[in-house]
Design a protein around this ligand. Structure first.
Ligand SMILES: Cc1ncc(COP(=O)(O)O)c(C=O)c1O
Length: 418
């Protein structure tokens, strides 16, 4: 590796601040177990126009040698001005357009590229869906073996695509939290790369989520007042905030938008911690133990009582004068339906949660009339057809020609269908 490539990016510990060897596979700081971050060659960063993927921001991603990149064309997703009635301006960042239908592809492209650069060809993940699917796709593209640990209760239709990609799917008798811990241990024993989108387990992938901030800034430079994102581990939200920090360091963005996290009402550890003003990891863990991850929800991908990146996310929420809000399945269903009707966007419940949270923040006047908001629609509804069919179910009776004509006439006359 020559000097220039070595200087592209440097890893360091966020706690003891030591520089760390970029050629090793890093999970936590080997000296103090602190979280790992990256420094880039700030004086030579360029936000390029090509290729049409997150890799046009390669100067800000933690890969040393770009020939290792594994890409399926992730990122460059549309920012759509919503038709939903509201007083301010609502933009929707449609992450459903990523290769496997979710935001996780940004992180995964970085993670699998890093695994390749490190010479690791075994990949493992514990996932309720999106990150597992994305792991399986990117590992297939890279010619690697992947194994996905899926927590108790995952229906086959959610893992079928992983099977198609050739991944080993292991249903695990435990919650997502237990599956994540098991995955961490087993990956260590087996010398596998953990393609988790949580910084405490994988510092590289969180960097992929930053690219959402770069794209938002390119389209609406310093025009976005709020970014609203759903939280599972809270990694996406923390990643986006880091992206804005990069832009500020580069002298491009003047300010960080206010960051808002939306979580499930029955798993609202972040909201409780935020209200109590005790936002550290210990308190989040303590609160998480009082919540029931087993309670059914349509937004399965948000069903984490303990958000692994929660402390970091709460810190950026505090710095940006942001907010935490929680929503229930009914509110999520309403949001899913309304954005489908108003904007033609079919999103999964875990994404619709962000929109439901946005509406709540507007009705509480936390988001003020006239403010410009970007809601991150994290995943496609086509990946959760069974759940969505169960909440929208309507009788499907058969019509003959005459009754079909009558019904069509009534419908187009506006007598039904509102
Ligand atoms: C579609 C979707 N939205 C949101 C999230 C939450 O992301 P994070 O866990 O980074 O907070 C996930 C997590 O898997 C997801 O799959």
């Amino acid at each position: 590796m020559d000097v220039t490539t070595q200087e592209r990016v440097e890893a360091y510990c966020g706690t003891c601040k030591r520089s760390l060897p970029s050629k090793s596979y890093l999970i936590r700081c080997p000296h103090c177990r602190g979280l790992i971050y990256f420094r880039y060659d700030w004086d030579h960063v360029q936000l390029r126009e090509k290729p049409n993927s997150i890799w046009r921001f390669s100067d800000l991603l933690p890969i040393q040698q770009l020939e290792h990149i594994v890409s399926l064309g992730e990122g460059s997703t549309p920012l759509i001005r919503s038709n939903l009635k509201q007083e301010g301006t609502l933009f929707l960042k449609n992450e459903a357009q990523n290769p496997t239908g979710s935001v996780k592809d940004r992180a995964m492209s970085v993670g699998i590229s890093k695994a390749r650069e490190l010479g690791i060809s075994r990949v493992m993940n514990a996932s309720t869906g999106s990150a597992g699917l994305s792991t399986a796709a990117y590992a297939a593209r890279a010619g690697m073996r992947s194994a996905i640990i899926v927590p108790r209760g995952a229906p086959f239709e959610r893992v079928a695509a992983m099977v198609a990609f050739g991944a080993l799917v292991l249903p695990f008798d435990g919650t997502i939290w237990e599956a994540l811990r098991f995955c961490e241990q087993a990956a260590g024993e087996l010398g596998a790369f953990q393609s988790a989108t949580l910084r405490p387990v994988n510092p590289y992938q969180n960097e992929g989520s930053k690219t959402i901030a770069y794209e938002l800034w390119e389209e609406q430079p310093d025009q976005i007042d709020w970014v609203v994102a759903p939280r599972g581990s809270a990694g996406i939200l923390a990643g986006i905030a880091h992206g804005f920090e990069d832009l500020r360091r580069l002298g491009l963005a003047q300010r960080m938008p206010r960051m808002a996290a939306v979580e499930l009402a029955h798993l609202n550890s972040m909201e409780q911690a935020w209200r109590a003003g005790e936002t550290n990891e210990e308190n989040l863990r303590r609160l998480a133990l009082t919540l029931d991850e087993g309670q059914p929800t349509i937004a399965v991908k948000l069903a984490h009582a303990y958000p692994d990146d929660g402390e970091e996310a709460l810190s950026v929420i505090a710095q940006s004068d942001g907010a935490v809000v929680s929503v229930n399945d009914l509110e999520i269903t309403e949001a899913l339906r309304s954005v489908a009707r108003a904007d033609g966007l079919f999103i999964e419940p875990s994404s619709a949660a962000a929109l439901a949270g946005y509406s709540k923040l507007v009705s509480r006047h936390t988001i003020q009339p006239g403010e410009r908001v970007a809601v991150i629609l994290t995943g496609s509804g086509f990946r959760e057809m069974k759940v969505i069919a169960s909440i929208l179910e309507e009788p499907m009776s058969l019509y003959g020609e005459t009754s079909a004509r009558d019904r069509l006439q009534r419908f187009f006359a506006g007598a039904e269908g509102e």
